[in-house]
Design a protein around this ligand. Structure first.
Ligand code: PRX
Length: 627
């Protein structure tokens, strides 16, 4: 753990001057089945990145066997259910290990082998973690799909990964709703042909249909299974998981992370950013369907032997004091959440946190989107009581772990800034022509110039796409898709996406995906979607649509929202829908989104050069429709 600025500077210096030495030193903390014989091979042109070459390991041996003698009876997962009156559950490291072994054996009986893909579509329950770790134990590649995604999104991911198994639940308690999860899975499977087995956790006791010789109850599969299971020997570069994420074009892509590098970087960053010690309780409010849940609910904390709190419900149920009550109830020491949740809770007023003492908190964190100054100040003074360092952590699904962030007691937070890179991370700002901007007090495209252990290795089944998306815009660099500003002291402030990705409540949504969904509606001829500032969600989705007058019906807004919800999921529903006579297009047919972004934000001036538009008058007409 880095404890002082001096230590940070020393580590950073070594990590840049001799990255191989730096990371191989840290890798000594892990249990290798056989050691690696080279630290790094890389080029960003193919791209090809390999870490800890020829090392053999299993990440679950590093969670369990490596540490068990010290933490056998320590709580690994502290689970708080949706219902605030129901009892919380504590699962020790030893119990978790037994459950993982049993379920690993169950998966093997269902014919799952190393390299097979397993979809996990589950609520926030400990069995979801057991499922992930069991896959890792036997070398199967898990792909967790956020349980808020629609059947259509789920079937796309099943088809892309050619998954053999889905692990799911009958239903999902979310606030005062029960979501019929298994029904969504049944719907999704209809459009796929690779699924052989469905394993269903009984969480809600709701009625579900179970197909013979395909669907099995979770409790039946683990009954009578041994609590021992030999870990599969994995190469450092074998895939650990696939996680789908949206980009600016096409359908979501499967970001692939591998065993060795991901293991090392998730533990390194967890330890340093959260400084969790002894019996302290750590809580990350993300869903395991996102990378934050993977790295900072499951792998980082469990590799570090921490107690990770997992919450099944939503921040506003039974009322907006729920988060703060959980902090007091379980004496949470480190709390990690998203700006959207902060803004939403802030909007309910002060009464909801006033009755919680929050005095166990030592570190508070933020992730997923830029945090505006007002939310930063509210969080810092009302939740952190001006005494907890607020770590605004910048990173991405593709980076696997936190890249730029304050470090408690080491690197001072600066409001709205992610501040400085962690050791091993070499950020750089490039102008639009790809030239490095060396000075400070500048803005540019945020790139990374050297690999770190948990950089994505490929996009599943389509390496060319990985190259094109991340390594072609600026040759020789990993391009993050974000714009950033650097201040006098070298602190980074993330300005948001510079591509066609909208960040809604910290969730990445591609404009093309939403447009494709909207265009499925028979009354829509064409659409263009942009992000615009939204008080709670950070960015909202604004859809400009051209409608077929013959098909027009008054309920078109609801219908379009329902279509998007069916195709992607409720998180992608447009907030605003505006009928327009046309769209601003260049002669080559490209929509000029910057114009639409300004109009969506009620900024009707200084459109810049519009002479390349096919029909410059359309701008005025769209503004008229908006007013
Ligand atoms: O735009 C950045 C924003 O979220 C994007 C990554 O999204 P995703 O892969 O879903 O991962 C989210 C959780 C790591 C980034 O490209 N982002 C993430 N963290 C921050 C952020 N923007 C500003 N500040 C942050 N701390």
């Amino acid at each position: 753990m880095i404890k002082s600025k001096k230590e940070y500077l020393k580590e950073y210096e070594l990590s840049i001057s001799n990255p191989e030495k730096f990371w191989s030193n840290y890798a000594k903390n892990f249990q290798w089945i056989s050691p690696f014989n080279k630290v790094l091979n890389w080029n960003f042109d193919e791209p090809k990145v390999e870490w800890f070459i020829n090392g053999k390991l299993n990440i679950t041996e590093n969670i369990f066997e490596r540490n068990l003698s010290k933490i056998r009876d320590k709580t690994a997962i502290l689970w708080e259910p949706n219902d605030s009156d129901a009892e919380a559950k504590k699962i020790t490291y030893n119990q978790l290990f037994s459950q993982v072994c049993q379920f690993s054996n169950a998966l093997k009986k269902k014919n799952i082998r190393k390299g097979d893909r397993v979809i996990i579509y589950m609520p926030m329950v400990p069995e979801a973690v057991v499922a992930m770790l069991s896959c890792a134990r036997i070398g199967a590649i898990h792909s967790v799909v956020f349980a808020g995604f629609s059947a259509n999104s789920l079937s796309d991911r099943i088809n892309d990964s050619r998954a053999k198994v889905i692990i799911t639940s009958d239903g999902n308690f979310r606030g005062n709703k029960i979501i019929p999860v298994k029904k969504i899975v049944d719907e999704a499977i209809k459009k796929t042909n690779s699924i052989e087995t469905v394993i269903v956790l009984n969480r809600t006791n709701m009625d579900v249909s179970m197909k013979k010789d395909r669907d099995y109850w979770y409790h039946d599969t683990v009954e009578n299974e041994s609590t021992e299971s030999k870990a599969e020997i994995m190469d450092s570069e074998d895939s650990l998981f696939i996680l789908y994420t949206s980009g600016s074009t096409g359908s979501p892509k499967g970001v692939v992370h591998t065993c060795g590098g991901y293991m090392i970087y998730s533990q390194y960053t967890f330890e340093n950013i959260f400084q969790n010690k002894n019996d302290e309780i750590y809580w990350c409010t993300a869903d395991i369907g996102w990378i934050t849940g993977h790295s900072y609910i499951v792998y980082g904390p469990l590799l570090s032997g921490a107690t990770t709190l997992m919450f099944e419900g939503v921040p506003t149920y039974p009322d907006p004091s729920r988060f703060w009550k959980i902090v007091d109830k379980h004496k949470v020491n480190q709390f990690y959440t998203a700006p959207t949740a902060i803004r939403a809770l802030q909007s309910f007023g002060d009464n909801y946190f006033k009755n919680s003492s929050l005095d166990t908190l030592k570190v508070i964190g933020s992730v997923g989107e830029p945090i505006n100054l007002e939310a930063w100040n509210w969080y810092n003074s009302n939740i952190g009581k001006d005494k907890c360092p607020l770590v605004d952590t910048w990173w991405q699904t593709e980076t696997g772990g936190i890249m730029i962030s304050p470090i408690p007691g080491v690197i001072e937070p600066k409001p709205t800034y992610a501040t400085l890179p962690l050791p091993g991370i070499q950020p750089i700002l490039l102008d639009n022509n790809g030239n490095e901007i060396k000075e400070n007090e500048v803005e540019g495209n945020l790139c990374i110039k050297y690999p770190w252990p948990s950089i994505l290795r490929t996009t599943y089944g389509d390496h060319e796409r990985c190259k094109k998306t991340y390594f072609s815009t600026f040759k020789g660099y990993y391009f993050t898709g974000d714009g950033a500003k650097r201040d006098k002291e070298g602190n980074y402030r993330i300005l948001g996406r510079v591509d066609d990705v909208i960040n809604v409540s910290g969730h990445r949504i591609g404009t093309a995906e939403v447009e494709n969904a909207i265009n499925e509606n028979p009354s829509v001829i064409e659409s263009a979607v942009v992000g615009y500032p939204h008080k709670i969600k950070g960015q909202g989705i604004f859809a400009f649509i051209i409608i077929d007058k013959n098909q027009y019906n008054q309920n078109y807004k609801d219908e379009i929202r329902n279509t998007v919800s069916d195709y992607i999921g409720p998180i992608a529903k447009p907030d605003e829908i505006l009928i327009v006579p046309g769209l601003p297009k260049t002669r080559s047919g490209k929509i000029m989104r910057r114009i639409l972004r300004k109009i969506a934000s009620n900024d009707f001036e200084n459109f810049g050069d519009t002479s390349t538009l096919l029909n410059p008058d359309i701008v005025k007409e769209i503004i008229e429709s908006k007013k």
